[in-house]
Design a protein around this ligand. Structure first.
Ligand code: ADP
Ligand code: ZN
Length: 300
């Protein structure tokens, strides 16, 4: 059975076809500029995969869309599937799901946040396979978090926004923060642009400055500790450009244990290298998650 998968990102749209085993059979990448310029190309790709002249076994049965946020993921909402108040002005209030539905006729379409998509990929085929409670953080230009609770993606009144958790300022850090809404929230203190503004250099050129990563790990560990207390995840997956500095992992694990201070005693915390880990699907977790969203759309 073939499914379509679309990962809507701030810099590119990844369009793919794959099967129920998670195998990607075809993939193209389209730069994200404006909806007028980008969406016709995305639609053309998926239209060619539902073309009536194709034999049935070569047609996609559904499409899954994993989209940067904030997005409306509430199925009973009038604006379900719209991009909401994004700083990417051209995409603000863009009806992503409706545009695809109108263009692709009656094709079932599943829709979720990019981070819930990546987590779904990891929970189906990757390092969170079989787990009921897990979270996925992306720490890059922004910070986002997806969550699965009791086996279901967490939406609630909208969707989690754990990139904006409040932080306790680390003593000696006088950086005011980068978030336009909150200043010194998690994203304001620990996103890639925050690192670069605080230290005056590209993050990848700071690799040999231990003080940069000590401070970064302390903020990330604060956020993870809050999430451990609130969602009690069995796995915390960390991705995004900042986490490509992999030396952060041991520092983050150390500070999480220090902050929890033995208050919780679980086998997961005793095995913290597994509790807090990188994604396992080699950068394909997002597109594979979108594939799973497509499959889920056929059974809902
Ligand atoms: P986006 O969030 O836009 O999808 P990424 O997840 O790739 O993109 O994150 C980009 C951010 O990652 C940049 O702001 C940069 O500061 C940071 N970054 C890129 N490479 C590295 C690196 N080697 N080490 C630490 N941070 C990095
Ligand atoms: Zn914020």
């Amino acid at each position: 059975m073939l499914y379509g998968a679309l990962e809507v990102g701030g810099t590119k749209m990844v369009c793919a076809v794959g099967d129920e085993s998670g195998q990607i059979l075809d993939q193209v990448s389209i730069p994200t500029s404006t909806p007028d310029e980008t969406m016709p190309k995305v639609i053309e790709y998926f239209k060619s995969k539902v073309d009536p002249s194709l034999p049935d076994e070569e047609k996609i049965r559904a499409l899954g869309v994993a989209c940067f946020g904030p997005v409306d993921v509430r199925k009973n909402s009038k604006t379900y599937g719209n991009i909401l108040n994004t700083p990417k002005i051209a995409w603000r209030n863009y009806p992503m799901l409706k545009t695809l539905q109108d263009a692709l006729g009656g094709l079932p379409i599943g829709f979720d946040t990019d981070v819930n998509g990546s987590l779904l990929g990891e929970a189906t085929w990757g390092c969170a396979k079989g787990l009921q409670d897990a979270v996925y953080f992306t720490i890059g230009t922004g910070i986002g978090m997806g969550a699965i609770s009791s086996g279901k993606p967490v939406h609630g009144m909208l969707h989690p926004e754990a990139g904006h958790l409040a932080m306790s300022i680390v003593p000696g850090d006088d950086y005011k923060g980068h978030c336009p809404s909150h200043g010194a929230c998690f994203e304001g203190m620990a996103s890639g642009p925050a690192i670069e503004e605080r230290w005056g250099k590209k993050a990848k050129d700071l690799a040999d400055k231990p003080e940069v990563w000590e401070l970064e790990a302390k903020y990330i560990a604060q956020a993870l500790t809050d999430i451990i207390y609130t969602l009690s995840p069995q796995k915390i997956i960390l991705g995004g450009g900042v986490m490509s500095h992999t030396q952060l992992f041991p520092l983050i694990r150390k500070y999480v244990l220090e902050y929890i201070n033995n208050y919780i005693d679980t086998k997961e915390l005793h095995n913290i290298n597994s509790l807090i880990s990188p994604a396992a699907l080699n950068g394909n977790q997002g597109i594979m998650g979108a594939l799973k969203l497509a499959e889920n759309a056929t059974i809902e």
